[in-house]
Design a protein around this ligand. Structure first.
Ligand code: NAP
Ligand code: SF4
Length: 679
């Protein structure tokens, strides 16, 4: 078979070991690392990803070398021999599948959420309430010893190597940068002093673990913060760690406190490979490219251009554990693509929950949620082909059930049809492409443009044609009651997004939830915003990567429209957006001078515009159009009059039709998967 991605599948010889392909599964904290009782689950999670033709190398989520370095006081630590057997569960599971795995050593420094945090200097991070204590010289030496001890224990646990985390603004980065290192001893001041910690950690680790153990160094190529390192320093550090024994350099892009997006959906594909390309000029060891690479074609092109030697992907392996195998078998249309939404992975982690994936609810639940082939195939009707309906139909069909899926419109996807039209959210179409392929592969019988009436639903439930009936008819926009709501200037969000209704220059958006923010983004977008150079200009990123932190003044185009975004609540608009993505949406709209109002009472709409009271004071918002983005209600017209009788157990309602409030695709797809797993 001719490989579609030959560069991706070229082995990489490290001398003492060979990596079978150019794909690294990057570190992703799942939350399972923190409790040894969860290590069986963690082993199953990694084994599933190593199985078959998996990535040539996997990196675990961050494990701290000591308690001070943990993200919380109870984070996973490897500092004693008695912890080693827990890690052996992971390495055994991966090695049984012929995979290779490195453990990431992560010291969070001033990013830890606990009282015992330490750093180069006592400077609070803008994203953390805890203040770090500055280490004295003896304590710095002890930190280096702890890194080395951690790597030695990782080797005892049979890991194939370690990744030393020196990017994203964590502990080692905090020593490297003048922003966070104000020391005046031999660990601060000139760059030789600031990089001493990093170099000594690598040098001592290499001496302790021997020459046949992989050491990946995750180096911050672009800090994206003021006072960050300049390129000369980045290159100098890369050369220094190569000289003392690093095997591979992985790229880190942006500190966590950076106010420039680096991984969300709106970041253009492969946005930072110019950094790995530039670094390759300075070192002779392999360099890995990362961030916003989620499909094999993009990965292949990066390698073909020699912009890097390997590709790291983290979230794409949550979305599809078999990404590599599918690419190798030229079945990339079967890949369940990560859409960079962060909704079920990073947002969950930062809320103290175990990670999972919006498009793959099995992620990190491999021992609990399984799609076994059934020995009692049933006939199942599913009504509504939005995220919930697509999830339940395709998984039930994969299990061997005979599924008929009914959709009243001519397109699959429900709310995803609108999401994919938002600038920066085009990847949502990948989820629909995946479901279309799964429908075909698992032979779901699709009935498009077919509206099921309440009477037909009644017959389906009580007749003999179907064993199970699932209603997943989703939601419809909430109608709101304001004087003048039928004025010609008023539009609903589906009218704008799906029916291309014309919108004027001055706009009020009623409702500042996810869709209100998306609507403002849609109305402000310039065609060229998605082009990489324009995106760099907009966010103030130095295209030459030379300036400190790779930052230059941002250049924002004049706004296409004057937008006012309104809500009745007195909280700040945007509070309900995703934990790790909301700030990007807010910052983006602020750049375009969107006026955001809280504590609003809607009075009336007339030819002059929208009359409101803000904090009790009357105001007229003069606009050409008012767009209603006031949430949704259940699309339950066919279920309200349905009589279930004894058929209750074979009738199911999932997704937005069951609960429209706080509607989200994560819950819809999860409910579909959980139901399909037990039908
Ligand atoms: P939403 O988040 O519930 O927001 C609805 C907005 O409408 C709120 O601002 C609410 O604020 C306002 N509202 C509610 N009832 C109203 C009424 N009777 N009159 C006037 N205003 C009213 O709903 P959404 O924006 O449609 O988003 C739905 C879901 O989609 C979200 O929960 C999210 O999961 C998902 N989503 C997320 C994103 C994202 O995070 N970027 C983007 C798109 C969609 P007040 O009640 O204060 O006026
Ligand atoms: Fe990707 Fe979203 Fe899944 Fe996270 S939740 S892995 S961002 S698709």
């Amino acid at each position: 078979m001719r490989l579609h991605y030959p560069h991706l599948f070229t082995p990489l010889d490290l001398g003492y070991t060979t990596l079978k392909n150019r794909v690294l599964m990057g570190s992703m904290h799942t939350g399972l690392e923190d409790n040894p009782e969860d290590y069986d689950k963690l082993a199953a999670y990694f084994a599933e990803r190593a199985r078959g033709d998996g990535p040539s190398l996997i990196v675990t989520g961050g494990i701290s070398p000591n308690v001070a370095g943990g993200i919380s006081a109870s984070s996973g630590v490897l500092n004693a021999a008695e912890i080693v057997p827990h890690h052996q569960k992971i390495t055994d599971a991966v090695h049984r599948e012929n995979g290779k795995i490195c453990m990431q050593i992560l010291h969070t420094g001033r990013y830890g959420y606990h009282d015992g945090i330490v750093s180069a200097s006592s400077i609070k991070a803008p994203i953390n309430q805890y203040i770090p204590r500055a280490l004295n010289e003896d304590e710095i030496q002890k930190e280096i010893d702890d890194f080395v001890n951690c790597a030695v224990l990782a080797k005892a646990a049979n890991y194939d190597g370690v990744e030393i985390m020196a990017s994203e603004g964590y502990f080692i980065n905090q020593f490297l940068s003048q922003r966070t290192n104000k020391r005046q001893d031999r660990w601060g001041g000139c760059f030789e002093n600031r990089m001493r910690l990093a170099v000594e950690i690598v040098e001592n680790t290499r001496k302790a673990v021997g020459s046949d153990f992989i050491i990946i160094f995750r180096l911050s190529l672009m800090d994206l913060v003021e006072g960050g390192c300049c390129w000369e320093e980045v290159a100098k550090l890369a050369q220094a760690v190569e000289a003392v024994g690093v095997s591979i350099i992985n790229s880190g892009i942006g500190w966590h406190e950076a106010r420039i997006p680096t991984i969300v959906t709106s970041v253009p594909a492969a946005a930072f490979t110019r950094a790995s390309k530039k670094l390759k000029e300075s070192v002779s060891i392999p360099v890995i490219a990362t961030n916003r690479i989620n499909n094999p074609q993009i990965a292949e092109e990066i390698l073909q251009r020699n912009d890097s030697d390997m590709i790291s992907m983290a979230r794409p392996f949550l979305a599809d554990p078999h990404w590599v195998q599918k690419a190798r078998e030229n079945k990339s249309d079967e890949i369940n693509t990560c859409i960079a939404c962060n909704q079920a992975c990073l947002d969950q982690i930062f809320s103290g929950k175990t990670t999972s994936c919006l498009v793959n609810p099995r992620a990190a639940r491999e021992t609990e949620l399984n799609y076994h082939v059934t020995d009692r195939p049933k006939k199942i009707a599913v009504i509504g082909a939005g995220p919930a309906g697509l999830s339940v139909s395709t998984i039930a069909a994969l299990r061997g059930h005979k599924v008929s899926l009914f959709e009243r419109s001519s397109d699959l996807g429900g709310q995803f049809q609108m999401a994919q039209r938002i600038p920066g959210k085009a990847d949502f179409e990948e989820t629909l492409r995946y479901y279309r392929k799964m429908i075909e592969k698992h032979k779901v019988v699709l009935h498009m443009d077919r509206e099921i009436t309440a009477n037909e639903l009644e017959s389906m439930i009580h007749g003999s044609e179907y064993d199970e009936v699932v209603v997943s008819t989703g939601v419809q926009p909430r109608s709101i009651d304001i004087e003048g709501i039928n004025h010609r200037s008023v539009l609903t969000y589906p009218e704008v997004l799906l029916q291309d209704k014309q919108v004027g220059k001055r706009v009020a958006i009623i409702g500042a939830g996810g869709i209100g923010f998306d609507m403002a983004t849609f109305l402000l977008a310039h065609k060229e915003d998605a082009e990489l150079d324009q995106w760099y200009r907009q966010w103030g990123i130095d295209p030459k990567l030379e300036s400190p932190g790779s930052l230059i003044p941002a250049q924002v185009k004049p706004p296409k429209r004057h937008i006012t975004l309104l809500q009745r609540k007195s909280t700040k608009p945007g509070k309900t957006l995703g934990k790790t993505t909301g700030w990007v949406h807010k910052l983006h709209l602020e750049k375009y001078n969107v006026r955001m109002l809280s504590d609003v009472i809607y009075d009336r709409i007339d030819d002059l515009g929208l009359h409101i009271l803000v904090g009790g004071k009357p105001e007229l918002v003069e606009v050409d159009n008012i767009i209603i983005c006031a949430g949704q209600v259940s699309n339950d017209s066919i279920t309200t009059s349905t009589t279930l009788g004894g058929k209750r157990s074979s009738f199911h309602m999932i997704g937005g039709v069951a609960l429209a409030t706080e509607l989200d695709a994560h819950r819809a797809i999860l409910q579909g998967a959980e139901l399909a797993a037990k039908l």
